[in-house]
Structures are given as structure tokens and as C-alpha cells.
Design a binder for this molecule. Structure first.
Ligand code: NAI
Ligand code: MG
Length: 359
């Protein structure tokens, strides 16, 4: 039976970039007989406009029944005045929690052709290829109780709760060790165990889980030092595993080491390797509809889909190699353009990758 891929383009530049990613995956599907079928559905602003909700039941059902979800981006000024419960971004958060996508993989890779795009010195970032594994459905972003309350003295107090159960730490640790096994077998767990009891438990459980992965070298680092080290000498890391909030911040630092947000893919996985794949950027309303968005983050998300959910590392490598070839040939969307290269449109970049795949 065909393996179903749910294709959720979203809004803004979403449809433009997803079209290029589907173009690439469709080609490989035929060329390598991957046995995939595609089914599209609305999410985000596009779904709100059609159905009055950012995540219609039929879209959620499709996501649940599919092998993997490929998502573009959602959100924009058109929907900003809406209540939070029906804002486009809520559609995305609901898919993450409904599908239990607790493991967020964010690679930060600097392509050698784009060394000049980073704000850091070439010797610090050239060859950079690290992976941040962020816990995505627990921690302080979800902990109860939370809120803003009025104290007896008339002063307001805001409060959130940082809480992790052992089982939540255990499953993200397994996910991180498995990721490290597929890479250079080096894992750094980032916490604040000197101050926060929650992360004292985190460190203890990650260490315990590590006994199941004797081939992976485990180290620990406090989050403040990790932030510093990521800017000072990012290449010391291979895989980093950390909590939801620390991961949010550290992965943005890591992403910016590479220069363009248009280059960075992500995967959000459940316990069985099912997942949602999407570029880390948003819907870029400022350039939507102009055909100039960089589709490479989405195309590289397809490579992650092949590697992590479909267990097709060879197909994943073909895509990554084709992206390299397209960049070598000088193809550049405006966000990564510099002198001596050729400006291409969104579909022009998709074609450049496709042509590289065809060889
Ligand atoms: P953004 O990532 O959409 O855009 C930031 C800047 O990067 C813009 O100047 C944009 O033109 C540029 N950019 C982004 N992707 C690009 C690409 N592929 N090629 C070339 N340039 C690109 O972030 P922003 O502007 O803060 O948010 C816009 C909307 O997207 C908001 O409604 C926000 O809530 C939503 N958003 C959605 C996300 C998602 O769907 N996963 C993630 C982040 C934001
Ligand atoms: Mg963030």
C-alpha cells in the first residue's frame, strides 16, 4: 500500500515553497520507487478563511493517518486581530500536541557556498553541521499552574511552572541518542542543573539512558555556557539535547550562525518516528506571492522526512547533494544572493535542485 504524505502548504509563502518541495519528492518517488502518495489539506490562515478554524477536523485526521506531514508556513497580518484560539499559528501548535511530536530536530548547517552569509568569522563557522534536539511538548511552555494573578498587596504576579516527568525526559533522551548514533556519536545535554532541580533530574535521567548507547559519547553543559560556546566555537558540538525553552533559544542562536533562515529545515517526531517536517521560518508575508522565497529549507525538510520517517537515507542524501550542486552552480534566491551568482525565482531554485537530481 502507498505511504501517504500529508501536504499542508499553509499560507503566505507556504504554497510557493511547498510546491517546489513536492516537485523534488515526486521526482524521487518515481525515480526510486518509494511508493509514496500525496494528499493535500488546508491549515492556518488558508483553513481559517475556508472553514473558520486553523485546523479543520479533516486536516487533523489526514495528519493522523499519514506517514508524515510536510508543512509550509502559517500566519500573517491578515489574521493578527483574531482571538488566539483561531489564529493560524494555533493550527500548528495543535498538530504538534495532537500528534505528540515531542522531539524537535533542528540542524544548523552552513553550506560552504554561503560562508559569507554568516555574521561570524569564516574560520568559526565554515563546515558547521550541528543538530539541536529540543523537547517540544513539555517544560515551562506547558507547565501548570500558570497565569497572572493579583496579590493581596495589590501587586500583580506572573507565574509559570517548569516541570518534567522522568518519562518525558527519558523519551527525548532516547530520541537524542538515536540521532547521535546516526551522526558523529557525540551528544551534549544542556541543562541548568546547578540551579534548577528539574534539570538536575534531567541530567540524571539522560545519564541513565546513556547506558543503553555506549557508542555515544555523552557530555553535559550549563545553558549559559552553551549559549556562549555556540557563538565562540560552535563546531565543538555534534548533537545537543535540551529542554523546550532552552532549545527554543539555543536553536535560534545556532540557526543564525548559518546566515539565512531560508536554508534551515526541521523535523518534529513522535515516539515511533512519525513526524511533521517544515522549514523553521514563517510565512514571510512581506515577500509572499512574489515568487522570490527560498524553497531550500522546505526541500531540505523533505530530506529529513526521507531520513527520519521513511528510513530512506540514500534518497535524503541525494536531495542534500542536489542542493549542494545547485548552490555550486550559482543558483541563488535573493536572500542568499551575492555578486557572481545567478538570481533565480522560487521555482527556478526548485528546478535547479531537480536538474541536479536528474544528473
Ligand atoms: P518569517 O520567518 O516569516 O520572516 C522573517 C524574515 O525572513 C522576513 O523578512 C522574510 O521575508 C524572511 N524569510 C523567511 N523565510 C524566507 C524564505 N524562505 N526565503 C527568503 N526569505 C525568507 O518571520 P516573521 O516575519 O516574524 O513572521 C511572519 C508570520 O509567520 C507571523 O504571522 C508568524 O507568526 C508566522 N510564523 C510562522 C511559523 C511557522 O509557520 N512555523 C514560524 C515563525 C513565524
Ligand atoms: Mg523560536
Amino acid at each position: 500500500m502507498a505511504k501517504k504524505i500529508a501536504v499542508l502548504a499553509g499560507d503566505g509563502i507556504g504554497p510557493e515553497i511547498v510546491a517546489e518541495a513536492v516537485k523534488v519528492l515526486s521526482f524521487l518517488n518515481t525515480d526510486m520507487a518509494l511508493g509514496l502518495s500525496f494528499e493535500t489539506a488546508l491549515v492556518g490562515g488558508a483553513a481559517y478563511d475556508a472553514f473558520g478554524t486553523p485546523l479543520p477536523q479533516q486536516t487533523l485526521n489526514l495528519c493522523k493517518n499519514a506517514e508524515a506531514v510536510l508543512l509550509g508556513a502559517v500566519g500573517g497580518p491578515k489574521w493578527e486581530a483574531l482571538p488566539h484560539a483561531v489564529r493560524p499559528e494555533r493550527g500548528l501548535l495543535s498538530i504538534r500536541s495532537e500528534l505528540n511530536l515531542f522531539s524537535n530536530l533542528r540542524p544548523a548547517i552552513l553550506y560552504p557556498q554561503l560562508v559569507g552569509a554568516s555574521t561570524l568569522k569564516p574560520e568559526v563557522v565554515s563546515g558547521l553541521d550541528i543538530m539541536i534536539v529540543r523537547e517540544l511538548t513539555g517544560g515551562i511552555y506547558f507547565g501548570q499552574p500558570r497565569g497572572i494573578r493579583l496579590l493581596e498587596n495589590g501587586e500583580q504576579q506572573g507565574f509559570n511552572t517548569l516541570v518534567y516527568n522522568e518519562s518525558e525526559i527519558r523519551r527525548i533522551a532516547h530520541s537524542a541518542f538515536k540521532t547521535a548514533q546516526k551522526r558523529h556519536k557525540k551528544l551534549c545535554s544542556v541543562d541548568k542543573a546547578n540551579v534548577l532541580e528539574v534539570t538536575e533530574l534531567w541530567r540524571q535521567v539522560v545519564t541513565e539512558v546513556g547506558k543503553d548507547y555506549p557508542d555515544v559519547q555523552l557530555s553535559h553543559m550549563y545553558v549559559d555556557n552553551a549559549a556562549m560556546q555556540l557563538v565562540r566555537a560552535p563546531k565543538q558540538f555534534d548533537v545537543i539535547v535540551t529542554t523546550n525553552m532552552f532549545g527554543d533559544i539555543l536553536s535560534d542562536i545556532a540557526a543564525m550562525l548559518t546566515g539565512s533562515i531560508g536554508m534551515l529545515p526541521s523535523a518534529s517526531l513522535d515516539a515511533n518516528g512519525k513526524g511533521m517536517y517544515e522549514p523553521i521560518h514563517g510565512s514571510a508575508p512581506d515577500i509572499a506571492g512574489q515568487g522570490i522565497a527560498n524553497p531550500l529549507a522546505t526541500i531540505l525538510s523533505v530530506a529529513m522526512l526521507l531520513r527520519y520517517t521513511l528510513n530512506q537515507p540514500e534518497a535524503a542524501e541525494r536531495i542534500e547533494q542536489a542542493v549542494n550542486t545547485a548552490l555550486d552552480a550559482g543558483a541563488r534566491t535573493p536572500d542568499i544572493y551575492s555578486d557572481g551568482t545567478t538570481q533565480v525565482s522560487t521555482s527556478g531554485m526548485g528546478d535547479a535542485v531537480l536538474n541536479a537530481l536528474k544528473g
